[in-house]
Design a protein around this ligand. Structure first.
Ligand SMILES: Cc1cc2nc3c(=O)[nH]c(=O)nc-3n(C[C@H](O)[C@H](O)[C@H](O)COP(=O)(O)OP(=O)(O)OC[C@H]3O[C@@H](n4cnc5c(N)ncnc54)[C@H](O)[C@@H]3O)c2cc1C
Length: 467
């Protein structure tokens, strides 16, 4: 092929910059297209990134200048709120705990720009362009393949196009691989309040920690209702800035059916004691919105490649089904796609079988391992309610015992009957039960370490996910 570029990457987010950097490092000619005036321009959120994965893909990330003066969010309180009955279990993840040592909060607006800089330093060409369509060879016929993209500044061709253009990707839809229905998108609403910093410190009981960077730690409280109608929210208090941001999430489909808007949905949380206490005496400043993959509810796209095209990150619906964290998955897949591009170039093999290797690779990695459609279906169909109410009993009991210094065997014996109501559901689906146990155990390990129920792995110890 005589295209000017070896690879075109659409979108300079996490997946796109990781793919572009990886391919450029292997001396491929990479064109990275971003619709924003600069990478990060369109990002209005923060993210928890896993340090190990991020540092591996972008060496130097942890010590990069853009972290200076940032407020990091350090603590996470897990609370189950069952229909106005607030329960706090006291699982508070504080600075110094291994799990937080390996998570780093970042402002995507700045992070994406830095990631793109690294891709450019490696040799990628970054261009501001809005990609509006795909270019095809033999479109609609046998042997059709993607040969490039159409943009507002002209057409570009390459034997490989990587779509990393994020949620609701136009390109993924044009390719026919993804169909972004209402059930696949959640709407997020963020309310920002100004609250006195000292008051916030008292309310959050947060800590000061330096960890090599001057920071005034904040804390995030995860709030879950028992009813999927009120699917999720988290409140982050940043005493150093005197700010509380409360994010509410609800599936679009579910809101359309219930004929409510996201502000109405948010009221339920705002009336909860946890939220009320946090923002009391504060001043509402502004709100903004964002879309989020409801991938945990529906699973990934069934096919993530075509001849000439790879889908990376949110464009392929790759939200982590277990915790819905897509950033780390996007980074990982971006690198995987970049490496495959280098292999195709080295062997001069751009056959469909080579593109299929991408899918094979991620399915065999932790990304595929965590893609458990049964969990998604189970949660969507009300399983979440059953799990929450059983967990509610079991977890309150376990914490009460821990505070009373009861022995672990007696705690375990007491907890088992409380989890029995979930058992019939799991037995009906043995595969789900086994996978849920495996994934749940892996996920629970860091928190169990904090409670002293699991051997400590030491700071920054990578798990199979590099978390
Ligand atoms: C509020 C919020 C909080 C989140 N918190 C976390 C978290 O804590 N941890 C976590 O792991 N995940 C989190 N996520 C999810 C995470 O942000 C995404 O999973 C991740 O950004 C996906 O990366 P990506 O590279 O696939 O897409 P994105 O990061 O969305 O990047 C896509 C890029 O493509 C560009 N683009 C889009 N369309 C075009 C086009 N047609 N032409 C050219 N460029 C285009 C966009 O401008 C953007 O720069 C959060 C998401 C939101 C909204």
């Amino acid at each position: 092929m005589s295209a000017k570029y070896d690879v075109i990457v659409v979108g300079a987010g996490l997946g796109g910059t990781a793919a572009a950097k990886t391919a450029a490092e292997k001396k491929l000619k990479v064109l990275l297209l971003e619709r924003g005036r600069r990478p990060g321009d369109k990002q209005m959120s923060g993210s928890y990134l896993f340090r190990t994965i991020t540092e591996e893909v972008f060496p130097g990330f942890e010590q990069a200048d853009f972290h200076k003066g940032q407020i990091r969010v350090a603590g996470i309180d897990f609370r189950w709120m069952l229909d106005n009955d607030e329960k706090r279990y006291g699982v508070s993840v504080a600075p110094g705990a291994e799990v937080m040592r390996n998570w780093m909060t970042v402002y995507r607006n700045e992070t994406d720009e830095w990631f793109a800089e690294q891709a450019v330093k490696s040799g990628a060409e970054l261009k501001t362009a809005l990609v509006t369509d795909l270019l095809w060879e033999n479109e609609g016929a046998e042997g059709a393949r993607v040969k490039g993209v159409v943009t507002d500044v002209g057409n570009f061709e390459a034997p490989i196009t990587i779509d990393a253009s994020g949620l609701n990707s136009l390109i993924a839809q044009r390719s026919g691989l993804a169909d972004w229905g209402l059930d696949k998108v959640m709407l997020g609403l963020k309310y920002i309040y100004r609250v006195d910093g000292d008051l916030l410190r008292q309310r959050l009981q947060t800590y000061m920690d330096t960890d090599g960077v001057e920071v005034d730690w904040g804390a995030t409280q995860m709030l879950c209702g028992s009813n999927p109608d009120h699917f999720g929210a988290h409140a982050t208090g940043m005493p150093g800035r005197g700010i509380v941001s409360i994010c509410f999430y609800s599936a679009l489909k579910e809101m359309v059916e219930a004929r409510v808007n996201i502000h109405q949905r948010a009221q339920w949380y705002l009336n909860q004691p946890t939220c009320k206490r946090l923002i009391e005496g504060g001043e509402f400043v502004y709100c903004n919105f964002h879309a989020l993959a409801a991938g945990d509810m529906v699973g990934y796209v069934s096919k993530s490649f075509l001849s000439g095209l790879l889908l990376v990150g949110d464009a392929g619906g790759f939200a982590q089904p277990v915790d819905n964290f897509g950033a780390n998955v996007a980074l990982w897949l971006g690198r995987m796609a970049g490496e495959l591009c280098a292999e195709m170039k080295a062997t001069n093999d751009y056959s469909e079988a080579m593109f299929a290797k991408y899918e094979e690779n991620w399915r065999n990695s932790w990304v595929g391992e965590d893609n458990v459609p049964e969990i998604s279906v189970f949660m969507r169909d009300g399983g979440l309610n059953q799990v929450f109410s059983s967990m509610d009993d079991a977890v309150s009991y376990a914490f009460a015992c821990k505070w009373e210094n009861k022995s672990y065997p007696s705690i375990i014996l007491g907890v088992i009957p409380k989890l029995l109501p979930v058992l019939p559901v799991l037995l009906e689906m043995p595969h789900l039960g086994r996978r849920a146990a495996e994934v749940g155990l892996k996920r629970a390990a860091p928190f169990m370490q904090l409670l002293g129920l699991w051997p400590s792995a030491g700071p920054n110890a990578p798990t199979s996910k590099g978390q």
